[in-house]
Design a protein around this ligand. Structure first.
Ligand SMILES: CCCCCCCCCCCCC[C@@H](O)CC(=O)SCCNC(=O)CCNC(=O)[C@H](O)C(C)(C)COP(=O)(O)OP(=O)(O)OC[C@H]1O[C@@H](n2cnc3c(N)ncnc32)[C@H](O)[C@@H]1OP(=O)(O)O
Length: 357
């Protein structure tokens, strides 16, 4: 004899939910055609372990595709209505079958169901608006970063090309007037690099703040304090070496970032960005250290930036003492940034290798 399970139902404007009270249901067979629905399965119901089945003649036609999900305690079935709307009852027959009852866990009156739809719609709209806002922010950020990188690339390329051409034309003589020909552009580009510290601090780019700060403060110290404030330094060849080494890395770094803005890369450029700092960074720090050492006697002589002490002591502390401390800091900075760049290089090539495998 076939038995009928307890069935609970509820509806929304687009769906019918049926909950069949069968434990450990197996061999579930659900058939739907127009408005007829048939269910058969084996499981433990009110009459123990058995085969259970039931049929329903829905009030209106439903879609043939049916979703059913069986849990340890019940089988949940979702049937989609052919036409959206609220049914006054589930079946064609006005008298409801005895095995059928409302599912009060999911039961909603029509007005509540409409409210639910409205709430879902509002939630969807809010999510859509948030996504639009986020997309707008991302494209604004990408545009900003791209323009920033482009400006820096153009600036440093101008510096690098100009110095190279002058070196070829004027030979050694070009080493002595680098400051006069290049410094304006270098001031512009280096002031602009402060943006990189803000980018890192506000999480605009995935990079650490300290290495960026060391880089920006380190270079600007050399540019503005050592070269900018001492006319005696302007004609020294060391300016050429410092500027050339700085710009040599940037003509690869900024185009690399420009491509990164669009999640693109050019393998050779990536390799250059993450490799040529290995010789350039120590050479750059060495050139900067030479500049600092050359400036010490000038600061001692001119007493520029010397710190006056109280009258009782009667003298002042020369800026050159600070420069001695700075020389130590430079090598500490070199160590921190070298380690940072080494990690970035390893991370970059490890992720790439993983992607390739
Ligand atoms: C606290 C104050 C202390 C003061 C101490 C003073 C001590 C001074 C010592 C100073 C020594 C400095 C010497 C130096 O001046 C000498 C030279 O420069 S010589 C020339 C050679 N130099 C170099 O090679 C260094 C070049 N500079 C850099 O590489 C960076 O400035 C550095 C911060 C060092 C490292 O860069 P970063 O951490 O950003 O690494 P990544 O390039 O791998 O970037 C990480 C991810 O962020 C994305 N990103 C970064 N910036 C941008 C951008 N502008 N636009 C778009 N995207 C960007 C990048 O794509 C990476 O993304 P992903 O992770 O997805 O790959």
């Amino acid at each position: 004899m076939t038995l009928t399970p307890h069935v609970y139902w509820a509806q929304r404007h687009e769906e019918i939910y049926l909950r069949v009270e069968l434990t450990d249901a197996q061999h579930i067979d659900v058939q739907v055609h127009e408005n007829t629905f048939h269910f058969r399965a084996q499981g433990r119901g009110a009459k123990g372990q058995n085969e259970y089945e039931f049929s329903l003649e829905f009030l209106f036609p439903v879609k043939p595709e049916v979703r059913n999900k069986s849990t340890q305690r019940q089988v949940n079935i979702t049937v989609r209505k052919q036409q959206r709307g609220w049914w006054e009852r589930l079946t064609v027959q006005e008298r409801k079958p005895v095995f059928l009852a409302p599912d009060f866990d999911r039961w909603l009156e029509e007005s509540d169901a409409e409210m639910e739809i409205k709430q879902k719609e509002e939630k969807r709209n809010k999510l859509r608006a948030a996504r639009h806002e986020e997309e707008g922010f991302v494209s604004l950020k990408t545009g900003f970063l791209f323009i920033y990188n482009l400006v820096q690339f153009l600036g440093f390329s101008w510096i690098f090309v100009n110095m190279t051409v002058r070196l070829f034309i004027f030979g050694q003589d070009s080493l002595y007037d680098t400051f006069h020909t290049i410094s304006d552009m270098m001031f512009f580009c280096q002031i602009l690099t402060c943006v990189e510290v803000l980018n890192a601090a506000f999480g605009f780019v995935r990079t650490a703040v300290i290495p960026t700060l060391i880089q920006v403060v380190g270079r600007n110290f050399i540019l503005f304090i050592i070269f900018g404030s001492l006319e005696e330094m302007h004609h020294r060849p060391v300016v050429f070496f410092v500027f050339y080494l700085w710009s040599a890395i940037e003509i690869f770094r900024y185009p690399f970032y420009m491509l990164a803005c669009f999640n693109t890369e050019w393998k050779t450029l990536t390799w250059l960005r993450y490799t040529i700092w290995i010789p350039l960074y120590p050479l750059g720090v060495l050139a900067e250290a030479v500049a600092v050492i050359q400036s010490i006697p000038i600061f001692d002589k001119t007493q520029l930036f010397s710190i006056p002490l109280p009258r009782a002591i009667g003298t002042s502390v020369s800026f050159s003492y600070i420069l001695h401390v700075y020389l130590v800091l430079m090598f500490l900075g070199l160590f921190i940034n070298f380690r940072h760049l080494y990690k970035q290089r390893k991370r970059r090539f490890r992720t790439k290798n993983k992607k390739a495998n």
